[in-house]
Structure formats: C-alpha cells, structure tokens
Write a protein that binds this ligand. Structure first.
Ligand code: DGJ
Length: 731
C-alpha cells in the first residue's frame, strides 16, 4: 500500500480506492501532490506541481524565480521561508527566532501501526501500513517525524507528528497541527457540526472562499459548539454520489480545524491542537507527540464517507471487547428522580424495568456525599448512607439479584466548594490564586494536569468500584475550564496546561479501563459537550445530548451520524411532556428514534399505564431482535431533517443485505400532503424482500422506493410527530 519511488522521490499511499501522494522537493522539503481517487504509480513531480514565476512571491533559491514556497503545495508547511499561509509548525528558539528549515532525512515503512503513548489512537487491528518520514533541521538539531497509516479496506489515513529535540538548545513549540494538506483547488463546501447544549452537532454547510474558514474550541473540551470533525465536499456531492473528504480529530480538548484559501484559490486544510494558549517547552533531548487526525475519502457520496469512519471507529478505535459485544439496554434514573431518591425508590424503578426486559440499571447523580442538589458534595465519592443505607455494594447486589447489571454515575473532574474534597484540598482546583474562581453549575474544575489530583480521584473511584458490582460508568463533565492556569507548572511550561489536563484525563480513563476491564464507560458532558473520537477510544458510547425530545433528537442523531457510528450514539426514551422542550410526542415516535442508537430508557416505567408497559416490553424485544443489525449493520441517511425541516428517514442494512430496518419520521402533518416515497439503499437488487408484509424486489426498493402514501397511518389521520418503521426481510 505504501511505496517510495526513489528516482522520482515520490511517496505513494494507495489502497484499492484512494491515493495520497507527496514528494521530496528540490529544496529537500515535502510537497503535496495529490489526494483523491486511486491513480496508481509512475508519477512525476512536474506533472503535478506547476512551478511558475509570480510577481509578489519571494524565491527560495536566489537563481530560481519559479521556486517559491508560497506557490507550492506543501505537505508540512513551516513559518518564515516565503510561504504566507498559516504553517503546521512554529517554534521559538532560545535566540527568539521562529524559523525552522526542516529537510527530508530518512523514512521507514512498516506493516501495522504503533499506538501513541498516553493518547488515544486507532489500534492497528485492521490491515494497515505505516510510513514515517523523518525531517531534520541541523541548525536547531531538531527532528520531526511525520506518521501516516493507510488502511487496506477502509478509506482512511491516520496522521500525527512527533517533534524530537536534539542536544543544542531548548525550544518552545508554539504551533503543531497534526495534519496539513494543500489541495489543488478550493471549490468545496465546508460542512461543520455545530450547536450548543441540547442542540449538538447540527449540520452547517458553507462555501469556501478566499481567507480562513475555521472552527475550534478553547474551552478545555472538544465542546458542543463545534465538533472536531469536518467534511469537504464538491457542490454536487450528496449522500449517494460524489467526492468528499473527512477530517476527524482523536482528541477531547482544544482543537482547530481550518481551511485557508489563498489568492490562487488553492486550499490549505489543517487540523490539530488549537495553537491558541498552546506552548510546549522541549528541553534538550525531549520530544512531543501530537494527537492523531483521521483523513477519510469517498467518491461515492457522504453516506460512504461516514461508513469509512463508522468502520474505523467500530473496528479499530473502541476497545476490542466492545467492538463485538452487544450493548445492554439500560434504564437511567436521572429524569425520573433527579436528586430526589432513596434505595426503595431506586429499587422500585429497577423492578419495573426488569419486568419489561431492561438489562442494566444506571444510578445517576446524587448517590454520594451531601449531594442532594447540584450545590454540594461533588468530589466526595463516598456513598450517602442516608439515601442508600446499604451502600453501593448493597444496592448493586440487590439490583443484580433482580437479574440486572448495575451502573454508576461519576463526574471525576469536578468538585463543589461545599465538599470534603475541597475543604481538604482547596489547592486541587484550576485557578489563578490571585483571582476569584468562576463557578459553572456551582462547581469548580479539578486540575487534572497534576498527577496527585488524578491519583486521589482514582483512589476514591477504585474504592467504590472494587467493593461493588458496577459494570458500567457514566462519566460526566458539566462545565468548561475557566481561569486556566497551571499553578504547579514552571513559568516556561504554563502554555502546556490545557494539553496536560487532557493527558491527565486520558491517564485516569486508561487506568479504569485497565484495572476494571469488565466495566463499560459511557462518556457524557452535559449531554454531548465532549462527543469526540478521543473519548470513544476509552468509552464505546456517549450520551449524545441531554435533549431527549424525539423531534430534537432527529436532528442531533442525524448530524452525529456523519462522523460517528450508531453504536456510539446514546439514545433513551423519556417521559412527556419532554423535560427539555416541553413537547408531547407519542411513545412510538420516541421509541422509533431511540432505536437507532444504543437504546435505553430514562423514566419511571412504574408511572406508565399497563398498555404502555406492555408496549415497552414489546419494543425492547423488538430492539433485541434487531440489535445485531443496528449495532453492526450499515447505517445510511436517506432524508435529511436539515433540508426538509419536517421529514427524516434512515436505514440500517445487515452486512449480508438480508435484513434492514427503516425509520421514517414526520414532524408536522398537513392536509393533502404531496405524494411521498422513500428510496431505499444498500440492499441487494437481485433479492426479493418483504416490507412490513408486502413483497418488493430489491431493485424496486432501491430505484422506485416505498410509496409512503400507502402506509401513512394505514389510512388514518396521523397528526404531528408521526413515525413509521419498515421491517425489510429477504424472502
Ligand atoms: C448532565 C448529564 O448530561 C445528565 O444526563 C445527568 O447525568 C446530569 N448531568 C447529572 O448531574
């Protein structure tokens, strides 16, 4: 898959469908030649780079006015040598200079992939090959290694960078993007996934034009405002056809995704740690490893682009165990009780849940310390015996005796001022000691850049976990970082704070995974405020949003599916009126939306009518019967709520194409609706299928579709918030 053409100095990373090609230029730096459909071998640099003289540029060589860094498509752009687009790397040397001159020195190619120490990354379980290109600046004695891994059966390339300082001087890394690509043209639509609390990952599309288009975070988490995932697509590309590129960052902290279009209309696309507030000091002989970026490519539309990421994350990022294991159907008590519960109340919810077939009971916030509301107790990970006299040990056993697994909520990174942890260790929080600390949800953030803080939290968590039968953790994080100041970090290292915080977080997650391998973690951050591939590495599913309203969820889950597999999308059926938006939707619609995710409940089933309870029992049986298909099948988006603002449709197709499940949703009804049909995809045109009992050929389903008018409420007036499932089975 990876070759180096010595004569032409060209690196070629090609699998069956795509090629990524770059070269060593005549000044020894790397030039980007091509990224797109597979184009094979026997390439020449001057076929793919146009060297020309232009008036305003500066020349790299005195005697060659056609060789200017500004006009050349680069692979790892640097600062200060005549390229005025933003660079991938910038350092400060001891003499104050920001200049680097990195030249090709060597490269290695090997089978498989190595993991990144202390950072999440794809695991290299699938067939892949890695190229490491070594660049060297002899004036600084600095080595930079560029890592590329290409997958054989997934159109994905992972990239990261390692900077290794030599023996001459210390340097400060001011800027280090994990991947930078110069595209030949900029005729692309930029797709970002943005929002806010309870409105996460809404698709926003804009046309690139001269200047910089960017999204990022400086909040200490990847954030609900912008996801670390971007798509570039051609104007005519849709879900089913056309060219698209994905950029996904395996990182949970401050990030930057940026596209810069220059005056010649080329595009420099880059992604990595946000350079704002980032400054990493490297003493002599020290090194720094950047987190990993995943590049994906499709020439078959956006569904296909998403499939590359779904496959990569399902099969090579999440922990091996969770790649295949069926996820439990869970019930969470948060919306049923909030902080107001005791053991009896919890057991009564659990009993009802067990009777309808739920596998796992999750006890949410409020089980510890003096935590009877959100003003107290956070950080005291010791059970509140007034609420739970038999402790977590006793409660978890009782839940197990009912025939259910037990799960528990933690918010390990936070503390209330009114807590024993804060009283004992007021210095544990992130703060500037000369200033007030801002609170968010009445809480302060613990300084996870400090090992002793992480160790203390681990000690408390371990105590609870080892003395109980917890098999699931909901790992919450409910505010952004403010007053960022690494109190313990020396003056020269203050700019390392945000990244060190994330490294501390990852070290704790790693330790829990290692020491409690039977526990599955679901990540959460006020819902989907930290839904990113970095956390997926430790936690195979994420609470997608605090918004459990079925209509809002159509947008949130549809948007999330562009970059993340359905198996990671935490989705629950909750009560009505909905707690976030007050909407009344039918139980059926709430269920039909939640089914396309990890599926669970967040209400007190005991409060429902007998008819609703029997319905839920049926729904859970239905989910379990289709779980393999939903968790491991192919998910395609069919009708976008972002386009129609009224209708949504999606489909999961089993890998052998013998079964499929289609969800159709209509928000508002109208009289005399236009005729409607849904065209299915991913089936076998040669097969015959039954769709809710009616017979169709695969060809008809995929060319003509299902007439919705046939099915609309089976000739009843259906009202708003309507949903319909179509069960497709090979005959
Ligand atoms: C925010 C989460 O998103 C909710 O699901 C719940 O766990 C609360 N925190 C508890 O405080």
């Amino acid at each position: 898959m990876i070759t180096y053409d010595k004569n032409n100095k060209i690196f070629n990373l090609t699998n069956n469908e795509m090629s990524y090609i770059f070269c060593i230029l005549k000044n020894g730096k790397l030039g980007n030649l091509y990224y797109g459909d597979a184009i094979g071998e026997n390439l020449k640099i001057d076929q793919m780079i146009h060297f020309e003289k232009t008036s305003l540029t500066v020349n790299y060589f005195k005697n060659d006015d056609k060789f200017s860094m500004q006009n050349i498509k680069q692979e790892f752009p640097e600062y200060g040598r005549g390229d005025y687009r933003e660079p991938a790397i910038m350092l400060t040397r001891e003499n104050g200079s920001h200049l680097t001159d990195l030249f090709y020195k060597d490269h290695t190619i090997y089978k498989g992939k190595k993991s990144l120490e202390g950072l999440p990354s794809t695991r290299g379980e699938k067939i892949c090959e890695t190229l490491v290109v070594e660049l060297y600046d002899d004036i600084i004695d600095l080595t930079v290694k560029l890592y590329y891994t290409i997958y054989k059966n997934i159109n994905a390339i992972t990239r990261h960078v390692e900077v290794m300082n030599g023996e001459k001087e210390s340097v400060k890394i001011n800027r280090l993007l994990s991947a930078s690509i110069d595209f030949f043209d900029s005729d692309y639509q930029w797709l970002q996934f943005s929002g806010d609390w309870s409105r996460e990952r809404h698709l926003i599309e804009k046309k690139l034009s001269e200047g910089i288009t960017s999204v990022g975070s400086i909040k200490g988490t990847s954030s609900a405002e912008h996801n670390p995932f971007i798509i570039l697509k051609r104007e005519k590309t849709d879900e089913f056809k056309g060219e698209a590129y994905g950029f996904s960052f395996i990182y949970s902290g401050n990030f930057l995704a940026q596209g810069e279009v220059d005056s010649r209309k080329t595009l420099r696309m880059m992604m990595g740690i946000n350079p704002f507030q980032f400054n990493w000091k490297l003493d002599k002989k020290e090194s720094f490893v950047s987190p990993e970026v995943v590049l994906t490519y499709s020439n078959k539309g956006l569904n296909n682009l998403s499939h590359q990421l779904h496959d990569l994350y399902n099969k090579d990022l999440v922990q091996k165990k969770w790649m295949t294991q069926k996820r439990p159907v869970l019930i969470n008590n948060w919306e049923a009780t909030y902080f107001d519960f005791d053991e009896n109340r919890i057991l009564s919810i659990a009993k009802e849940a067990q009777q309808v077939g739920i596998d796992l009971f999750v006890l949410d916030d409020g089980w510890f310390g003096a935590r009877n509301d959100d003003t107290k107790g956070l950080g005291d990970w010791i059970v509140n015996k007034e609420k739970l006299p038999n402790g977590i040990q006793g409660l978890s056993k009782k839940i197990n005796d009912l025939g259910m697994k037990f799960g528990l909520w933690f918010e390990p990174e936070m503390v209330n001022e009114a807590s024993n942890l804060f009283k004992e260790h007021p210095d544990y929080i992130i703060s500037d000691p000369q200033r007030n600390s801002s609170v968010g949800r009445n809480q302060l953030v613990l300084d996870f850049s400090r090992k002793e803080v992480v160790d203390e939290i681990y000690r408390m968590m371990e105590n609870t976990l080892k003395n109980s039968t917890v098999e699931y953790i909901k790992w919450d994080m409910n505010r952004f970082i403010s007053e960022p100041f690494g109190k313990d970090l020396g003056l020269e290292h203050k700019g390392e704070f945000f990244h060190r915080y994330i490294l501390g977080l990852y070290s704790l997650l790693e330790k829990i995974n290692e020491n409690f391998p039977h526990i599955m973690i679901e990540s959460c951050a006020s819902g989907g405020n930290r839904f990113d591939p970095g956390l997926l590495y430790y936690a195979p599913q994420a609470w997608t949003s605090d918004n459990t309203d079925a209509v809002s969820r159509l947008f949130i889950q549809y948007g999330t599916s562009y970059g993340y597999p359905i198996s990671s999308i935490g989705s629950h059926v909750s009560e009505v009126p909905n707690h976030q938006v007050g909407r009344l939707t039918p139980l059926k619609t709430r269920t039909d939306v939640a089914l396309f995710g990890t599926f669970g409940y967040e209400l007190d089933i005991g409060k429902l009518s007998n008819e609703e309870k029997s319905q839920i029992e049926e729904d859970i049986k239905f989910f379990k019967g289709n779980q393999e298909l939903i968790q491991k099948g192919r998910f395609y988006r069919l009708i976008s709520p972002f386009k129609t603002n009224n209708e949504t449709a999606w489909i999961c197709v089993s890998n052998n194409k013998e079964e499929a499940l289609v969800g159709f949703y209509r928000i508002r009804n109208a009289a005399s609706n236009p005729l409607k049909k849904i065209i299915l995809t991913g089936l076998n045109p040669e097969y015959n299928y039954s769709v809710n009992g009616k017979e169709y050929s695969g060809r008809i389903l995929m060319k003509f579709g299902i007439l919705l008018t046939d099915f609309y409420g089976e000739n009843k007036v259906t009202g708003d918030y309507y949903s319909k499932l179509f069960v497709v089975k090979k005959i």
